[in-house]
Ligand binder design. Structure first.
Ligand code: HEM
Length: 387
């Protein structure tokens, strides 16, 4: 805060016309994320006429990365955003997510059954990764045999979100992922089942509310967003608990604290590091700093989530903290659709882990654990533990 809550950075896309800004505190972050007229996710909507309501056709349908980036709800505004989000929002309500809890529990137990005889595991590879990927793939109807391949593609997308898609290797993975999803859709057309992709295919064919490229984008987004972030929550959350043994002990003593602990782990050092970018649709001001129309703004979640004006002892992990609001799931129109699912998964994952493995501990010292970072998220490469 001493250095200001709006900081100028070199423009990540090398733009000479526009500046880029980091917003680091909670009030300023909310100003950006909740102002649907003043900031947009789609810069192509700004130049000519301000924020257009209907953003269809603003991207190249043939570009390989369009499958993910161009036509998903995450990158469109206004009418199209509402239309796309409403097609799947019923499948992600807190009530429906609660109904999935028994199945999430079964998957968590099966994963721990598999490693139990060995007395050790890689918590990332054996638990944090497969738990959410199996849940979202079951919801969507992605065959079990295909799930292994999704990891490579998903990490390519994670890099793409950090603008790594300019890297040709990332573009190749994005294209493979898009082609895989196209094939999957084709299979569901031939043999519809009781899953979300089959439902979306029916909407596309019968109700004319979803185009082919939007359908592919939607499924790609749901597969990616539905597991990468939650895997990171489970892995980084476990790491932070090991790093705060008193908090871990309090949690083990009373597992009813897990839902509150999940929120605190998301706030303290969770998977989201930044949200954005957003683009100013008009000249504006944030915390006294002039932001010109077209400038890029990135909200630094990790920092805003430790805003000392909003959280007492913001730098401490306190699993019983009463949190009014954090930014790990974003805010405003694009706030995470899957938050209720992530919460159920986080609750089941930590409760099951510490109930079944009370002696769980790190196999190597903390400084041997490798973190991985993209622009918008962080996770662990692996987390060897013994129990
Ligand atoms: C959006 C974080 C789990 C689906 C977002 C956003 C954040 C986020 C920060 C907003 C991005 C922005 O405003 O630019 C997380 C975290 C998760 C998680 C930290 C886990 C701990 C999930 C899950 C799903 C999901 C399980 C299930 C499919 C989505 C979708 C959007 C989104 C579809 C786009 C919403 C929109 O544009 O309207 N997520 N997410 N997320 N998330 Fe999540």
């Amino acid at each position: 805060r001493a250095q200001g809550s709006v900081l100028s950075i070199p423009h990540p896309m090398g733009s000479e016309d526009h500046q880029a800004w980091l917003v680091t505190q909670m009030d300023e972050a909310l100003q950006v994320l909740k102002d649907k007229k003043g900031f947009t996710v789609d810069p192509s909507s700004i130049e000519a006429e301000g924020v257009r309501e209907n953003m269809s056709g603003s991207v190249d349908d043939e570009a390989p990365d369009t499958f993910f980036t161009g036509k998903s709800m995450l990158f469109v505004n206004g009418f199209d955003h509402r239309r796309l989000r409403s097609l799947v929002s019923k499948a992600f309500t807190p009530k429906y997510m609660e109904s999935l809890r028994p199945r999430v529990q079964e998957i968590a137990d099966e994963l721990l059954d598999n490693v139990e005889p060995y007395g050790e595991m890689d918590l990332v590879k054996d638990y944090a990764y497969p738990l959410p990927i199996n849940v979202i793939c079951e919801m969507l109807g992605v065959p079990e045999a295909d799930r292994g391949r999704l990891q490579t593609w998903s990490s390519a997308i994670a890099k793409g979100l950090g603008w790594g898609r300019q890297d040709p290797a990332v573009a190749v993975h994005l294209e493979e992922f898009g082609n895989y999803v196209k094939q999957l859709v084709e299979n569901k057309r031939q043999n519809p089942e009781n899953d979300l992709i089959s439902k979306l295919v029916t909407i596309e064919e019968e109700e004319d509310r979803l185009s082919e490229s939007e359908l592919i984008s939607m499924i790609t987004l749901l597969i990616f967003a539905g597991h990468e972030t939650t895997s990171n929550l489970i892995a980084t959350g476990a790491f932070e608990l090991f790093d705060h043994p008193e908090e871990l002990q309090a949690l083990k003593n009373d597992l009813s604290l897990v839902p509150a602990a999940v929120e605190e782990l998301l706030r303290f050092n969770g998977t989201s590091t930044s949200v954005g970018p957003r683009y100013a649709t008009q000249d504006t001001e944030i915390a006294g700093q002039f932001i010109a129309k077209g400038d890029m703004v990135l909200v630094i979640v990790k920092s805003a989530n430790r805003d000392e004006e909003k959280f007492t002892q913001a730098e401490d992990l306190e699993i019983q903290r009463d949190i009014d609001r954090h930014l790990a799931f974003g805010q405003g129109l694009h706030m995470c659709l899957g938050a209720p699912l992530a919460r159920v998964e986080g609750d089941v994952a930590f409760s099951t882990l510490f109930r079944r493995m009370p002696h769980l501990q790190l196999k190597y010292p903390q400084d041997k654990i490798a973190w991985s970072f993209t622009l918008s998220s962080q996770g662990l490469e692996s987390l060897p533990v013994t129990f």
